[in-house]
Every structure is written in structure tokens, then in C-alpha cells.
Design a protein around this ligand. Structure first.
Ligand code: UDP
Ligand code: MG
Length: 340
């Protein structure tokens, strides 16, 4: 191993939302893994575990602050309110830009096998800039969760959003990728669909998914469907293409219908045509409404993108923020927040 490799700084990015039951169980596991990597000389002692408190309403931030005071390897940032898992991971990643060589994002609930990090780091040394953690099997998930998740990936891929199958947000990303990723300014975030777009050498690491150590999932069916929908409409224009296709077929059918109406009226059998007219009107009304609805989703997203709101706002840090230039770049200074 070369000297350069020993100096690789790793930040493990851990989003936490109301995890007071989970953190006391898992923080030790994260530290054990990091200590192992440091002792093997794979990452430097300057490596850190960054907890991102996503506006928790429980003791989570207090726990993070306590941990940061206990061990220099723990650091934390806190968002000014709950913004969702994707934005919490983003806040952590952007915090790490230019302070690290590599980052690994992982959930805090111990479901993703923490010991897979070593293999991820090894893959980085083999020349990969992104390493996707992929679940081997879903036996520990409930029947319902397993099948909704399966549907989720199927739906995304069918709709034209490229995602790595069974990869959630357990992922190693190099600083080089992160710097490029900074230029993806979208507000509707779907990280696992965006990183494949950044490119560079990538590979996968397989791991077994465990059960949540404590607490409950924050991803019920409704949120999962929301995420799938965000994934599709943020990454793909396939729904619009499909509407165009359906529109063409319906128009053709309508055209044939008009010819039929003209012929019938010439033949003098118009009065009895009321039911068929109603059917056509209702059918077209339905299709149009559906189409407008989906197009409306895109318009809504354009609206949000044009606002260019800050995507995250960090209200506190357990350490001194030296490179404040990044805070300015993302437009998230606390004064602006207070004004609202
Ligand atoms: N999380 C977050 N903000 C949220 C919801 C969740 O930061 O609004 C974090 C949560 O603390 C966990 C990770 O995102 O570390 C994944 O959430 P969860 O385990 O509830 O989802 P699941 O594993 O069931 O899909
Ligand atoms: Mg989980």
C-alpha cells in the first residue's frame, strides 16, 4: 500500500430522523468499522462519521452532540427542519465536498451491512469512483415491503429512470464525482438515479440486508410511491412520450368516429346515437384529464426548479465550519432563513 492510499479521508454520511432508539445501538458499529479501516491503513485517522440530523423532534440531535464530544471521529450537522431522507444525504455529501477523498452514505438503522464498507473502499482502490451497495436478498423484509420494493424498481426502469436494481442509498462516492454532482442543481432529488448520470467508473458490492435494529421505518407505502413518482418525473420524459402515443391513437379513433357520425347523419339515424356520443365524450374527457394531470406534474416541477430554493439549510455544526464558501454557494445562510 502506498503512502497516498493511507491518507485517504473517508466520511461516512448517516442521515438520522427521529432515531433516538436506533443511534445508541448503531453508533458503535459505525465506529468499529471506521476504526478497523483506519487500523488496516485503508483510510486515514482524519476520517469521520458525519451524522445529519434531519430536523428530528426527539433526542437525536442531543445524542449526536454527545457523541461528537466523546470521540473526534464523530461529527454532526443538523438541518433547520425535516426535509426528507434524500435532502439529508445531500446535505451530508455537499458538506463533504473537498474535505474528503471518499464518502459512503448509509442509513443509520443498521439495515445495510456496515461491514461491506471495507469492500467498497477496496473497490475504490481498484479504480472505481462510485461503488453501489446492492442488497443480496430481501428475506428479512416483510412480504409487503419486498413486493412493493420490487414493483418500485420495475416501475422506475419501465418508465425510463435508470436505477441500479436493489440499490438504495448505500454508496461510496469519490470527491471527484461529488464535485461534478454539485452541478446537478435540481430540487426534486432522487440520488440513486442521479449518480449513474454523473458517470465515471463504477461497480457494485453485494450485501445482506438486515432488519431494522430498533424504531420504525419512515418509508411507508405512500412515501415510497411518492419517491417512485419523483424518480420518474425527475429523471425521465417517458410519461410525456406515452401521452403523446396515447394521444395519437385516441385522435385516430376520434377521426374514425367523426367519419362514422357524418355517415350516420347522412343515413338519417342520428337520434339513436346519444349513448355512443356520451361514451366518446366521457372517454375523451377521461384521457384528457389524465394527460393534463401528468403534464401538470412536470409543470409543477419546472415551477419548483425555477424558484431555486436552497435544497438544505444547516443550522448547527458540532465543529467549526472553515470552508464557508460552500455555504454561500448553495445560498443557505441562516439569516436568509430567519427572514422568511
Ligand atoms: N430519514 C431521514 N429523513 C426522513 C426520513 C428518514 O433522514 O425524513 C433517514 C432515517 O433516519 C434512516 C434513513 O433515512 O437513516 C432511511 O429511513 P428508514 O430506515 O425509515 O427507511 P427504510 O429503510 O424503511 O426504507
Ligand atoms: Mg431502514
Amino acid at each position: 500500500m502506498t503512502v497516498k492510499e493511507k491518507n485517504v479521508i473517508l466520511w461516512v454520511i448517516v442521515p438520522c430522523y427521529n432515531e433516538e432508539k436506533v443511534l445508541p445501538e448503531t453508533y458503535g458499529l459505525f465506529l468499529d468499522e471506521l476504526t478497523l479501516l483506519i487500523s488496516k491503513g485503508k483510510v486515514s485517522d482524519e476520517s469521520r462519521i458525519l451524522f445529519v440530523n434531519d430536523g428530528s423532534s426527539d433526542e437525536t440531535w442531543e445524542i449526536i452532540k454527545r457523541l461528537s464530544a466523546q470521540d473526534k471521529h464523530f461529527i454532526g450537522i443538523s438541518q433547520s427542519r425535516n426535509r426528507g431522507h434524500q435532502n439529508a444525504v445531500l446535505a451530508g455529501l455537499m458538506e463533504a465536498v473537498d474535505r474528503t477523498d471518499i464518502t459512503i452514505s448509509i442509513d443509520c438503522d443498521g439495515q445495510d451491512d456496515i461491514s461491506a464498507m471495507e469492500e467498497m473502499v477496496d473497490k475504490y482502490y481498484e479504480g472505481n469512483e462510485i461503488v453501489y451497495g446492492v442488497r443480496n436478498k430481501r428475506e428479512t423484509d416483510s412480504f409487503f415491503k419486498r413486493n412493493t420494493a420490487r414493483f418500485f424498481y420495475w416501475f422506475l426502469n419501465k418508465m425510463g429512470a435508470e436505477v441500479v436494481y436493489d440499490h438504495a442509498d448505500y454508496r461510496l462516492v469519490s470527491n471527484r464525482v461529488l464535485k461534478e454532482f454539485e452541478n446537478y442543481k435540481e430540487v426534486n432529488l432522487f440520488l440513486r438515479g442521479l449518480f449513474p448520470l454523473v458517470g465515471f467508473n463504477s461497480t457494485k458490492v453485494y450485501y445482506d440486508r438486515n432488519e431494522r435494529i430498533a424504531g420504525e421505518s419512515h418509508y411507508p407505502l405512500k412515501k415510497m410511491m411518492g419517491l417512485a413518482f419523483d424518480g420518474v418525473t425527475s429523471l425521465s420524459v417517458k410519461p410525456i412520450q406515452m401521452i403523446t402515443g396515447i394521444g395519437a391513437i385516441v385522435s385516430l379513433a376520434g377521426f374514425i368516429g367523426i367519419i362514422w357520425v357524418i355517415i350516420s347523419s347522412i343515413a338519417g339515424t342520428v337520434v339513436s346515437g346519444w349513448p355512443s356520443t356520451m361514451c366518446i365524450v366521457l372517454f375523451l374527457g377521461g384521457v384528457q384529464l389524465l394527460s393534463i394531470g401528468i403534464i401538470g406534474q412536470y409543470v409543477g416541477k419546472i415551477y419548483l426548479e425555477t424558484k431555486q430554493r436552497p435544497r438544505y439549510i444547516i443550522s448547527e455544526r458540532t465543529y467549526e465550519n472553515k470552508g464557508s464558501s460552500r455555504t454561500d454557494k448553495s445560498g443557505c445562510n441562516e439569516k436568509a432563513d430567519n427572514k422568511e
